[in-house]
Design a protein around this ligand. Structure first.
Ligand SMILES: Cc1cc2nc3c(=O)[nH]c(=O)nc-3n(C[C@H](O)[C@H](O)[C@H](O)COP(=O)(O)OP(=O)(O)OC[C@H]3O[C@@H](n4cnc5c(N)ncnc54)[C@H](O)[C@@H]3O)c2cc1C
Length: 387
């Protein structure tokens, strides 16, 4: 049964079409891929060919030029169907850095190829071993040498880099203490990873299948023409994209929450214990109803954040709060779903344990709950900063 929602009524055609596409990729498909820690190539290809990964690319560059709220609907439905958008969601927000800050030549060269699926831009290289939350401490360095930058350093947790042609890479082009602010002196490079010499990619096996990796740069040469925007202003460009990233991931979490609620409410209505459906017991009903209530509240915040983003209004607080609320709603719904299924919740073939592992990530990445609370405390409520 599909749980009702006041916040899942927009883009009915897109939602229905995405759900139909996803039905060709059932639990067996994802279980097999999860077991092997393989990449869902066929699924990503199908989404690309149907144009869903390029909904945010303007029509002039071959996409459908839809607003962020449409992209949210796509990702929510993917997750709700039991699929995993984590394999390909990055293209939607990394592309924004190029779109907003790239030169016309860069946009002409890359965006139509990304929209058609000829090129994949799925890798976003920011985090380093010594700088996760505190991005200003990145140490990967790009030094100008004629018409190239020479990049040295390392990154960690860079997802999908083995399955991407291009990467948006944040590097230091000046020391942290050389500018007015620690965030000065960083730059964004668009790295073509196909046959790149001086780039080593090492997969990291994680508790869920996320194709994440460590990257090592050893004199990697990147043409100067691949600098996005101005040298030294890269941190601002990355920050610009973060609201979109948070809202899109919040939408995925809403999809996860709804997946768990749909599964739990259906199972509770069918599973008989003591000669009656377990869902007749309020001890089983109420946690599912609570999870649904929590998901609805979070979905309302996601919708408002996307609306503000699309209207060009300030949406930092809503983007952050929606990511926090939605990731927690998904986790609570997953926990309730496992409890409702009893022992079967732990069995691989029911898919719930897999989805439970997958959705846990979003309380840590792309930004952890503590840092969102810190943002709300300091930016919204005017309290002093702890760092
Ligand atoms: C599977 C996976 C995929 C990822 N994919 C990507 C990717 O594609 N590209 C990319 O660039 N990065 C990626 N990341 C990195 C992710 O964004 C970071 O893990 C995240 O930002 C947290 O950084 P960290 O792990 O270094 O934690 P740390 O910064 O070491 O923080 C550890 C903990 O301390 C808390 N903390 C730190 N400072 C404070 C404070 N002042 N107050 C309160 N609490 C604090 C944090 O909230 C966190 O819980 C991925 C991570 C994972 C696990």
């Amino acid at each position: 049964m599909r749980s009702p929602s006041a916040f899942t009524a927009d883009y009915p055609d897109i939602r229905e079409a995405v759900a139909r596409l996803c039905s060709a990729y059932p639990g067996e498909y994802w279980r097999e891929i999860d077991r092997e820690r393989a990449y869902p190539t066929e699924f990503v290809r199908a989404l690309t060919e149907a144009g869903y990964l390029s909904v945010l690319i303007p029509e002039a560059y071959g996409g459908s030029g839809l607003p962020l709220s449409a992209a949210c609907a796509v990702l929510e439905e993917i997750q709700r169907a039991g699929c995993n958008g984590g394999a390909c969601h990055a293209q939607m927000y990394t592309m924004g850095t190029l779109l907003r800050h790239g030169s016309e030549a860069q946009k002409q060269r890359y965006l139509p190829a990304i929209a058609s699926g000829e090129l994949r831009l799925q890798a976003f290289g920011v985090t380093e071993p010594g700088s996760g939350t505190d991005t200003t401490r990145i140490r990967t360095r790009a030094v100008r040498d004629g018409d190239h930058y020479v990049v040295n350093g390392s990154k960690v947790w860079i997802s999908r880099s083995e399955h991407s042609d291009l990467m948006v890479l944040l590097v230091r082009t000046a020391d942290r203490d050389a500018g007015d602010k620690p965030s000065d002196g960083m730059s964004v490079l668009l790295v073509d990873m196909r046959e790149a010499e001086g780039l080593t990619i090492k997969p990291i096996r994680t508790m869920m299948n996320h194709a994440t990796t460590e990257l090592f740069f050893d004199d990697l040469r990147v043409p100067v023409e691949n600098l996005v925007g101005e040298e030294g202003r890269g941190f601002r460009y990355i920050l610009d994209g973060m609201n979109a990233e948070r809202i899109l991931i919040a939408a995925e979490c809403i999809g996860d929450a709804r997946y768990f609620i749909d599964r739990a409410s259906s199972y509770a209505a069918e599973r008989e214990v003591f000669g009656r459906p377990i869902g007749e017991n309020q001890g089983v009903q109420f946690p599912i109803a609570r999870a649904h209530t929590q998901a609805e509240a979070a979905a309302g915040m996601v919708q408002e954040a996307a609306r503000r983003f699309d209207a060009g209004e300030d949406c930092g607080a809503q983007a952050n709060m929606s990511k926090l609320l939605a990731s927690e709603a998904a986790w609570a719904a997953g926990d309730t779903c496992i409890q409702t299924f009893g022992g079967y919740g732990f069995a691989e073939e029911y898919d719930i344990e897999r989805k439970f592992r997958e959705t846990r990530l979003y309380q840590v990445a792309p930004i952890s709950t503590n840092l969102i609370l810190s943002y709300v405390a300091t930016h919204e409520l005017g309290m002093p900063r702890s760092y």
